[in-house]
Ligand binder design. Structure first.
Ligand SMILES: Nc1nc2c(c(=O)[nH]1)N[C@H]1C(S)=C(S)[C@@H](COP(=O)(O)O)O[C@H]1N2
Ligand SMILES: [Mo]
Length: 256
């Protein structure tokens, strides 16, 4: 895979929407009066994020589909098996010993087994996945709302991003990771999914746990999640751009 949609902040600044538009936006009374927009202005990382969040309110839901709309085949993309010995052992005992560890800037760090996650209230949603490589598929996902996990671990006020560390590594030994803004974790459709189309998640689709972040592009939906780290900055993580593909030029805020 080669980056196709990578667009750096500088390129966007030079692009369709000049810096003056942002100033005009920031100066608009209606918008600055609302709290979320003020918050957004202080937090937006890129112009894309700023503009997309401005046109789509923070809590807006991604479209949900009917059972009849579910794609006959949901392609698997990117890494389709972490391939490590440790992971192979986890597959052999059906992920009975898999745990997702939640730490970093949280008041109550914790680890959750698959069983513990399945015992929590679940959410099921039928949504469309869009990959920048040019395909889409509709699938039914079941999992635990990340907001519920966050209410248990309680991020500290300084926590701004959640980094999802995955079990797969590429040929160079670089581990896949992704990150999202803490506020997006509380969106009702942001879930840690353990089922696809009513069946336990299989290895190609990210068993036993993968992120669903329905209002962003496919590469944000980290598969094989084994650790979630709350951080104040993405600087010291991987290449510093917030994700495996972002480090190769993709946009961090992949809103759709
Ligand atoms: N850990 C991990 N997560 C990943 C990837 C990957 O290679 N490794 N690929 C991403 C990309 S580009 C897409 S489109 C989706 C594909 O998910 P799927 O295999 O369930 O279709 O997973 C995303 N999450
Ligand atoms: Mo993708």
């Amino acid at each position: 895979m080669t980056p196709k949609h990578g667009m750096k902040r500088r390129e966007i600044l030079k692009g369709t929407l000049g810096a003056t538009s942002v100033i005009a936006l920031a100066g608009c009374d209606n918008l600055t009066r609302s709290d979320w927009f003020a918050e957004l202005l202080s937090r937006a990382e890129t112009l894309t994020e700023l503009v997309q969040r401005a046109v789509t309110p923070v809590g807006a839901m991604a479209k949900e589909y009917r059972e009849a709309d579910i794609s006959a085949v949901f392609p698997a993309n990117g890494n389709i098996d972490p391939g490590t010995q440790k992971y192979a052992e986890m597959v052999r005992d059906e992920f009975a010993r898999w745990e997702v560890t939640v730490g970093g800037l949280v008041q109550a760090p914790a680890s959750f087994s698959i069983g513990a996650l399945k015992a929590m209230p679940a959410r099921t949603q039928i949504t469309r996945h869009d990959c920048v490589e040019g395909w889409s598929a509709i699938g039914k996902w079941t999992g635990v709302p990340l907001g519920d996990l966050m209410r248990q671990v309680r991020p500290t006020p300084g926590a701004r991003y959640a980094v999802f560390h995955c079990a797969d590594i590429d040929e160079q030994g670089v581990a896949y990771y992704e990150s999202v803004a803490v506020e997006d974790l509380y969106h009702p459709q942001t879930i840690l999914a353990y089922e696809l189309n009513g069946k336990a998640l299989d290895v190609p689709h990210g068993a036993p746990l993968r992120l669903r972040l329905e209002r962003q592009l496919g590469y944000k939906h980290a598969k094989y999640v084994e650790r979630i780290e709350l951080v104040a900055s993405l600087d010291g993580i991987g290449g510093g751009k917030g994700g495996y593909w972002e480090d190769q030029g993709y946009e961090w805020y992949a809103g759709i």
